[in-house]
Design a protein around this ligand. Structure first.
Ligand code: ATP
Ligand code: MG
Length: 448
């Protein structure tokens, strides 16, 4: 292995070996290490049956994580380590999970049930890599290939179709052509996958190295899980501003965003309302008036159905809502204040990707967005007043000067903030205080 295997993991393998059992690292950690990616977790497979595994760790706490499928978690030196008995899968009756599993003493049989050649490699500290299906060669060729017949493997478990797309994007690998054809033929079966797993796979796909390329290659599979996207496919954009149809524009925008989950989702969904908003001039020119609000509504529906966390839905729908807002030096501070620095930064990333995916004479405006984003960062660095906490006066000071706590105090602070942000007042303690006191006396005279 290129990366040092953590001590407790090696210790667990040794313990199983000392108990007379075979034990290996397996799956994602062997693949990632071979590819030069630091593994994020290590899975162990063993010939020991779960009870025998427990006997090897009699002084440690073990948890029956997935005992029916042979998986135990062992707590060793503060690390939780998953150890799974070699197994083969029983019949797949629901195109998703084996009805039952059989334990086996054969590593080869265990590797054979795994989905892709790159995921079917094992490693042992003394004998090194076990690669029975050409996983290393496929990794070298950046190829996702099924272990065995693609038709059979995708028939067994529809989740593998989404995993193939996910790995293709995350690793920037191609999908071997027979596998691709088999996936396409069985695409409708992906609806059998639980919504939580669909969401996990889509999130990983979107934050990978090549989401746009993968989606361009397999749009119909994506439409099985996100049918509301389908009207975007081949939707025309005939105007001087555009050089791509809506689908290609969307994929270009997606490609030009950095791998931030919200920005990537927003790039995919920013124009999803356009097909509903489309109108044509007599000469065939297209318009999409009001598409921003429709996109926002559809994006919210899609993300809610996917059970994305509320905060994530809020962030993505705000990005979609404001993707077309023209922000310039004049209203920059208002927008920074409205969205806060982190979301504003994400909006700039989305806007630059969107702008850059227009016709060349529009795409050049990307440089204006970059300049604006730079200016926003400078403002934040230089401590510009962007929120109530930046204001030179606070509620306590106003109370000391005659205000009582309540709605009018809050309104006054907001009023002062707006005056400062819009440039009518300096963020100066004395000036703001006298403005507030004046406002209070007018309030008492019934003028507010
Ligand atoms: P990562 O953890 O980076 O998401 P992984 O390949 O480790 O990727 P896991 O879900 O952790 O994915 O699964 C561990 C291993 O189990 C895989 O490498 C693969 O060998 C096998 N595996 C997982 N899901 C399936 C499946 N649906 N069909 C067949 N084998 C699978
Ligand atoms: Mg894993």
């Amino acid at each position: 292995m290129r990366f040092p295997v953590p001590g407790p993991i090696l210790e667990a393998i040794n313990r199983l070996n000392d108990g007379g059992h075979e034990a290996y690292l397996v799956g994602g950690c062997v693949r990632d290490d071979y590819l030069g990616i630091r593994p994020n977790d290590y899975d162990i497979c063993t010939s020991a049956y779960p009870e025998q595994t427990k006997a090897c760790f009699s002084n440690e706490k073990t948890i029956d994580t997935g005992i029916r499928h042979g998986t135990l978690t062992v707590l060793l030196d503060g690390n939780s380590i998953e150890i799974t008995t070699f197994r083969t899968d029983g019949p797949y009756l629901d195109r998703r999970r084996p009805d039952h599993v059989f334990f086996t003493l054969s590593l080869a049989e265990d590797l054979e049930r795994r989905d892709f050649t790159m995921n079917a490699m094992a490693w042992h500290p003394s004998s090194g890599i076990v690669d029975l299906f050409g996983g290393r060669e496929d990794c070298d060729n950046k190829l996702i290939r099924c272990v065995g017949s693609p038709a059979k493997r995708f028939n067994e478990d529809a989740l593998r179709i989404l995993r193939a797309l996910r790995f293709a994007s995350v690793l920037d690998f191609a999908i071997e052509s027979y596998a691709l054809a088999a996936m396409d033929e069985r695409k409708s079966s992906v609806k059998r996958v639980s919504i939580e797993r669909i969401t996990t796979e889509l999130n990983l796909l979107l934050t990978g190295l090549n989401p746009a390329g993968v989606i361009r290659q397999c749009p119909r599979i994506l439409f099985e899980v996100l049918p509301l996207l389908e009207p975007m496919y081949h939707c025309p954009q005939r105007s001087v501003f555009h050089c791509y149809d809506l689908w290609e524009h969307t994929l270009h925008a997606l490609k030009d965003t950095p791998p931030d989950l919200s920005v990537r989702w927003a790039a995919l969904l920013h124009d999803v309302g356009k097909p509903d908003a489309i109108t044509y001039d007599a000469d065939g020119t297209t318009h999409f008036r009001g598409h921003q609000a429709i996109s926002t509504r559809i994006a919210g529906k899609i993300l809610t159905e996917l059970k994305q966390p509320t905060a994530v839905i809020k962030e993505i729908t705000q990005l979609v809502k404001y993707h077309d807002e023209r922000i310039g030096p004049d209203n920059l501070q208002q927008w920074l204040c409205k969205l806060g620095q982190p979301l504003f930064g994400k909006l700039m990333l989305l806007q630059r990707a969107d702008m850059g995916s227009h016709a060349p004479h529009v795409a050049v405006k990307v440089k204006d967005i970059d300049a604006l984003a730079e200016r926003a960062q400078e403002m934040a660095r230089s401590g510009a007043c962007l929120s109530l906490s930046d204001l030179a006066v606070d509620g306590r000071l106003l109370v000391e000067h005659g205000f009582s706590s309540g709605p009018f105090l809050g309104e006054t602070l907001q009023y002062l903030l707006q005056r400062v942000i819009s440039g009518f007042e300096k963020n100066d303690r004395e000036a703001l205080l006298s403005l507030a006191v004046k406002r209070l006396s007018e309030h008492r005279q019934g003028r507010h």
